[in-house]
Design a binder for this molecule. Structure first.
Ligand SMILES: *[C@@H]1O[C@H](CO)[C@@H](O)[C@H](O)[C@H]1NC(C)=O
Ligand SMILES: *[C@@H]1O[C@H](CO)[C@@H](O)[C@H](O)[C@H]1NC(C)=O
Ligand SMILES: *[C@@H]1O[C@H](CO)[C@@H](O)[C@H](O)[C@H]1NC(C)=O
Ligand SMILES: *[C@@H]1O[C@H](CO)[C@@H](O)[C@H](O)[C@H]1NC(C)=O
Length: 795
């Protein structure tokens, strides 16, 4: 039978195709039958015999069999019993997939007679699959601050089972933010959807991990899970915020460009570009923007240019931090500039008076002000000038000072003052400024010309040529300019009778003195006058000096013999006793010379003698002495020729003849007064003692003898006179002068002589010698009386 079936297979297939075609739209004849999937092979589905109303034998006789669609036979027919059994485990998912109704169509074929019955087998689902998520992990990005209720679809889980065994529900692990909703789709699938219940904050919780569970409707239900990782996406919901709202900073004004002033710092809770900050100055003033700069990235604020405390003491500026999302925050920087002693004090001169007149008390010389732009001690100043100046600094209001003189100034003492005004501040380090001013002192005619000497002594030789420059006087004036220009003039002479104008003249400009005519020493040995010096100030000041002109002697007078007299009726005859010892003083030649000094120093010598060797002459004093013992053989009469010579250059001389008579016995010590001398004596009313120094000095020997000759002018009619002249009574005044300076005084002689013709002449009349009763020892005693003589006669 099997073979027969197979033989007719082609034939049958054609037939079935036909049957199927004809059966389309025709309802099932049998069933529907149902079977639960996964039941064991051979499970009972239905009893076909019963359902077809056929007996068991009939079914096998008619060759009933099952025709399944598809290649696999899911069912088998037990002809013995008529039961329809499963021929294998039916897997609904395999047979029908996701189709809700799993219906297998088959036919029950009767071969003879051919009869076909349509039948259906419904395979029932069992919950034999769990929901499965296609991804184990889902990543969800949710912007923070999403509105509540916002839904985020999730992937659904698949469950091969159908119907209620499919996914029915989703659950989410407990969390504060989300719940999950299960949505029906029109096709019956359930989809999970996350719904935001509570806002998420990335800054608080940037990531949320949840477990999504899908549950099917089986009993018991099966489930499958997936991880849901929620990344909270940042939203720029945070503005940058500075660490402190106010930054305070100090910076010394000496800071260099680029110095760090402060660092501001802001933070932004957002992430990424939302948290990336850029710093900038917020609406800075122009000055601030030139002074400060902020590093956009680091927030470091640095100096762009030097700051100056004196110009701007503080800066206040807002600094903005902006994040990538455009949100910004602000802070304030308060920058204080710290003063540094960077300014030296300054002196501003307001007024300066120069020159200032001398002799004026307390004058304001200068007015100035002192300033220092620094503050505090750096701006406090101390002002001073040098010590030792006659100026005083007086502070007045508001840093003003006046410089005044302490006292009247004297231009002649100092005409210029260099004053250094030193101003020092009290800062650290101290800064100082010097201001130099020069104060000149102007002249006032307060000084008279001043002669270089209070008196001048000029020497001239006598017999000078007229207009000889005899010397100069000079005066200086300590004033300046015209006040110091000096004019010289001659003032009145000391002696009003002196014809000064005819003697000397003076150059008014330079003080040179000139002799106007030849001077005669013997006539005028000296004269004095005053010279004046006058300046050109107004009023003019003047002063005077004494000029003494001392005429220098020239050897223009020959010695003049006073004794013995050479002419006249009674020639002099000296009487010498023959018994005289050698050295007996025979006589003494007396001569005078009108010149002075060396020109009047006389020396004596014996030129000729009738008997040479009997008499000798002492060269220095004119004493004639016997040279040896006299004898009877010696002639009675002797004549000696003596020469008197002065010491001038060239020397002038005079000669005299001396008569000597040798007598027996003693001779008269005094000569009779010559009558003629008495008669010729002048009638000068004054009695003058004229002391003439007659020094006889050998040019070779250093000693001298002074002889004092007292001349008494004869006064006519004087009682007691013998022949009109007499020796004054009492002791003769006189004195000794060491003429040579080194010489030795040896002897002194006194003579009484008459001066002829008054003081203006140089002629004397010898009256008589006075025996030397003044001893050498007595000279010193006489010294005490001499000053009057010295004065009167100019010794
Ligand atoms: C989804 O289907 C279930 C049963 O299948 C029903 O109870 C529920 O109301 C449905 N929900 C929606 C939103 O259609
Ligand atoms: C003052 O200064 C001037 C110029 O520096 C100088 O020539 C003069 O000698 C000074 N005078 C005094 C008194 O120091
Ligand atoms: C001021 O004068 C002093 C003394 O002469 C001198 O040392 C100094 O340099 C001067 N100062 C100025 C600023 O001329
Ligand atoms: C003599 O002496 C007198 C006066 O004593 C005098 O006048 C006269 O000139 C003299 N004669 C001579 C020659 O010296």
């Amino acid at each position: 039978m099997e073979i027969g079936w197979m033989r007719n297979r082609r034939q049958r297939q054609v037939l079935i195709s036909f049957v199927l075609l004809s059966m389309c739209g025709v309802g099932a004849d049998l069933g529907p039958y149902s079977v639960v999937e996964e039941t064991e092979r051979g499970s009972f589905v239905a009893n076909l015999g019963k359902d077809l109303g056929l007996g068991l034998t009939e079914m096998s006789r008619r060759g009933a069999r099952i025709i399944s669609q598809g290649r696999r036979e899911h069912l088998q027919l037990k002809l013995q019993t008529g039961d329809l059994l499963t021929s294998e485990k039916l897997d609904r998912e395999e047979l029908c997939g996701s189709a809700e109704a799993c219906v297998l169509h088959f036919q029950v074929l009767m071969e003879s007679p051919l009869e076909i019955f349509q039948a259906e087998l419904r395979v029932k689902d069992i919950n034999d699959h769990s929901p499965v998520f296609s991804e184990r992990e889902m990543i969800l990005k949710i912007p923070e601050n999403s509105p509540l209720g916002m839904a985020f679809p999730l992937n659904n889980a698949l469950d091969l089972d159908v119907g209620s065994n499919n996914v029915q529900n989703y659950k989410i692990s407990p969390n504060p933010h989300f719940q999950v909703l299960t949505h029906n789709r029109s096709d019956g699938r359930k989809y999970p959807e996350l719904v935001l219940d509570k806002e998420v904050d990335r800054e608080e919780e940037p990531e949320i991990a949840l477990t999504l569970t899908a549950l099917d409707g089986g009993s018991p239900p099966r489930s499958g899970t997936a991880q849901v990782r929620i990344e909270v996406v940042d939203v720029n919901d945070n503005a940058p915020e500075f660490g402190q709202p106010l930054y305070k900073a100090h910076i010394p004004e000496s800071s260099t460009v680029g110095s760090l002033v402060a660092t501001v710092s802001a933070s932004d809770l957002d992430s990424g570009v939302n948290g990336k900050l850029v710093y900038s100055l917020f609406r800075p003033s122009e000055d601030t923007s030139k002074t400060l700069e902020v590093n956009p990235t680091t927030g470091e604020i640095r100096l762009r240019k030097p700051v100056d405390f004196e110009t701007v003491r503080s800066y206040e500026v807002d600094i903005k931090a902006t994040d990538g999302g455009g949100l910004s925050g602000k802070c304030t920087l308060y920058l204080q500039v710290v003063d540094v002693n960077d300014n030296a004090p300054e002196v501003t001169m307001s007024a300066l008076t120069s020159p200032i007149p001398e002799n004026s008390p307390e004058m304001v010389v200068a007015v100035f002000s002192v300033s220092d732009p620094d503050s505090g001690d750096n701006g406090k100043t101390v002002c001073s000038i040098q010590d030792g100046l006659p100026f005083l600094l007086k502070p007045s209001a508001k840093n003003f000072y006046t410089l005044v003189t302490k006292r009247a100034l004297d231009r002649e003492e100092r005409a210029q003052y260099n004053i250094t005004i030193t101003v020092t501040d009290m800062g650290s380090p101290r800064l100082r400024t010097e201001h130099n001013i020069t104060v000149l002192v102007s002249d006032v005619n307060d000084n008279a010309p001043d002669f270089t000497q209070t008196s001048y002594t000029l020497f001239i030789p006598e017999n000078n040529s007229p207009a000889l420059h005899i010397g100069s006087v000079s005066a200086t004036d300590r004033d300046a300019g015209a006040n110091a220009q000096v004019t010289y003039s001659l003032l009145q002479p000391q002696d009003p009778s002196l014809p000064l104008d005819s003697l000397v003249s003076i150059n008014a400009d330079n003080g040179h003195l000139f002799a106007l005519r030849a001077l005669d020493f013997e006539a005028l040995q000296a004269f004095e006058f005053l010279v004046g010096a006058t300046d050109r100030g107004s009023p003019a000041l003047s002063s005077q000096a004494l000029v003494r002109v001392q005429v220098l002697d020239a050897n223009d007078n020959a010695p003049f013999l006073l004794y013995p007299l050479q002419n006249g009726s009674a020639p002099c005859t000296e009487l010498v006793p023959r018994a005289a010892e050698p050295g007996y003083v025979v006589s003494k030649v007396v001569a005078v010379d009108s010149d002075s000094g060396q020109n009047a120093w006389l020396s004596y010598q014996l030129l000729k003698a009738t008997e040479p060797g009997l008499f000798s002459v002492w060269a220095h004093n004119g004493e004639v002495r016997t040279a040896r013992l006299l004898s009877e053989r010696d002639a009675a009469k002797h004549r000696l020729l003596l020469l008197v010579k002065d010491n001038g250059e060239p020397p002038l001389s005079a000669s005299v003849t001396l008569h000597v008579l040798l007598v027996d016995g003693f001779s008269q010590p005094y000569l009779p007064l010559p009558e003629v001398a008495a008669a010729e004596a002048q009638t000068d009313p004054l009695t003058v003692y004229l002391v003439i120094a007659l020094a006889s000095v050998s040019s070779l020997f250093l000693f001298s003898v002074l002889a004092f000759i007292a001349v008494r002018l004869c006064r006519r009619g004087r009682a007691g006179l013998v022949g009109g002249c007499s020796v004054p009574e009492g002791h003769f005044p006189g004195h000794l002068v060491d003429v040579s300076g080194t010489g030795t005084l040896s002897q002194s002689y006194q003579y009484e002589v008459c001066l002829k013709g008054g003081s203006g002449t140089s002629e004397f009349k010898f009256l008589k010698p006075i025996l030397p009763n003044i001893q050498e020892q007595g000279f010193e005693r006489n010294n005490g009386e001499t000053p009057a003589f010295q004065k009167s006669f100019g010794f």
